[in-house]
Design a protein around this ligand. Structure first.
Ligand code: NAD
Ligand code: G6P
Ligand code: MN
Length: 445
């Protein structure tokens, strides 16, 4: 019989949890689970999601032992994997991250620019706490972390917990590769072999090949992207990232691509290359956080309440987060030594030969039962290197600010961000953010 695993989902109350549970159920043949636990620090939010998932699991996989808790010892004891997707400060703080910079005429975004740095300072202590719980109660377990902002969280892991078994991963390249599959008429992004490099939410594909024939697909992709960005010909109903604001992001890829037609870019680069455009096109009173609160969060919680009231999930509208199966790919690679090639956020350590060896970079890795083995990228062009040098220093300075409790370091980080035009603007935004983040950030002297 195949080995069976015990999994804890940290951030049990997340809007993504029900879809991920459905995805885990779909993948029982390759990643069998004996025990599934939810952990959150917000009891009532988690309870709603967990009570609905309990019904779903009883109906579809009664063999899986399910429980949920706010007690770290209960959550992290006897665990093989922790899948972590927490949001320190919830959407209310995401709203602040987006709106404060916008009021100062700067990019207001979940993971990029000042919003990302503010979120980073909230996430660092929260994710480190999860790692410590895991290591205390299940020292052999692995954490698969996709809590944001992944770039800053990964840098904090490198500095504060360098030997911990944590793998940081992002789904944006997966989402984009899925769109490219749709655009080129492929069934699955796994039919591609890609070479990608950069930082999290800050990278480029330099190679896109048909995995079977070796055909270079870049010319076809470039011809399409030049005209349409990553907006595919079909509506991709049911896929992730289909709201209007995401459509704008996918079209804007045209202009990001225009700057370097040798590569094809991650969508998030628009915030660094076209911040003026982004600010002009942002609704300063109704941001993405509002869209998500009125959209995904309402839908998920309404559906959970409906399932609980009905006492059955037989006719549920919760959909399998198919794209989230990368989490199972990752767990399976570690559990069964599959040597799957995946993009992960890892220490550069020479993989990009002309870039800071200590930087946390997002590059293809071979994943086996010992973790991630980065592939060699070689030299990268001057333009990318220049952008990455600046951004990696921003990310390092945020972590230094946290470690040293230093306002000065954080002001430097804000000033260095390509999304903020001056040190004075940086200070104005930082001071306002400091006020609303008092209960989350370390004290900054
Ligand atoms: P959400 O607010 O719906 O859920 C987050 C949950 O985390 C909440 O229930 C909250 O109570 C809980 N939480 C917060 N702090 C905690 C702590 N210290 N300990 C335990 N639980 C805590 O948020 P969401 O929109 O579902 O997103 C969840 C996370 O996943 C976010 O960090 C988001 O940015 C991230 N995400 C990452 C990717 C990626 O590509 N890496 C993709 C999608 C979402
Ligand atoms: C992509 C990114 C994630 C980010 C998410 C935001 O998937 O990779 O890191 O959290 O988009 O999506 P949302 O729907 O919450 O704006
Ligand atoms: Mn991401």
């Amino acid at each position: 019989m195949k080995k069976e695993f015990s999994v804890v989902i940290a951030g049990g109350g997340s809007t993504f949890t029900p879809g991920i549970v459905m995805m885990l159920l779909e993948n029982q043949d390759r990643f069998p689970i004996r025990k599934l636990k939810f952990y959150d620090n917000f009891a009532s939010r988690q309870e709603t999601v967990a009570e609905a998932c309990k019904i779903l699991l009883q109906e579809r996989a009664p063999q899986i032992e399910f429980s949920y808790t706010t007690d770290p010892e209960e959550a992290f004891t006897d665990v093989d994997f922790c899948m972590a997707h927490i949001r320190a400060g919830l959407y209310a703080m995401r709203e602040q991250d987006e709106k404060i910079p916008l009021r100062h005429g700067c990019v207001g975004q979940e993971t990029c620019g000042p919003g990302g740095m503010a979120y980073g300072l909230r996430s660092i202590p929260a994710v480190i706490e999860l790692i410590d719980y895991m290591e205390k109660y299940s020292p052999n377990a692995w954490m698969l972390n996709y809590s944001n902002p992944a770039a800053i969280v990964a840098e904090a892991c490198r500095v504060l917990r360098p030997n911990s078994k944590v793998l940081n991963i992002c789904d944006m390249p997966i989402g984009i590769e899925t769109r490219i599959a749709e655009i080129l008429g492929y069934e699955d992004r796994k039919q591609f072999d890609v070479m990608y490099y950069g930082l999290n939410h800050f990278g480029w594909w330099k190679e896109f090949k048909d995995a079977k024939t070796g055909e270079d697909l870049m010319p076809r992709i470039k011809a399409y992207v030049k005209e349409h960005g990553y907006l595919p010909p079909s509506a991709m109903n049911g896929a992730q990232h289909t709201d209007e604001s995401w459509k704008d992001t996918f079209i804007k890829v045209r202009d990001v691509y225009a700057l370097d037609p040798e590569t094809i870019p991650n969508t998030y680069l628009k915030y660094y290359l076209y911040p003026d455009y982004v600010v002009e096109h942002s609704d300063k009173v109704y941001t993405r956080a509002n869209e998500v609160m009125d959209g995904r969060e309402k839908e998920v919680f309404t559906e959970c309440h409906r399932i609980i009231a009905a006492g059955t999930a037989k006719d549920t509208t919760i959909e399998v987060e198919e794209h989230a199966s990368y989490i199972v790919d990752l767990a399976t690679a570690i559990a069964f030594n599959t040597k799957e090639r995946m993009l992960l956020i890892v220490p550069n350590n020479g993989a990009i030969s002309n870039f800071d060896p200590t930087a946390m970079v997002e590059i293809p890795c071979i994943v086996d039962n010992t973790g991630a083995k980065p592939m060699q990228i070689g030299e990268i062009p001057e333009f990318q290197k220049g952008m990455m040098n600046q951004q990696v220093s921003v990310e390092k300075l945020v972590v230094q600010a946290h470690v040293e409790g230093s306002y000065q370091r954080l002001w430097q980080a804000f000033t260095l961000s390509a999304t903020i035009p001056s040190a004075s603007k940086a200070k104005d935004i930082l001071d306002e953010m400091l006020e609303v983040n008092k209960e989350y950030w370390v004290e900054l002297g």
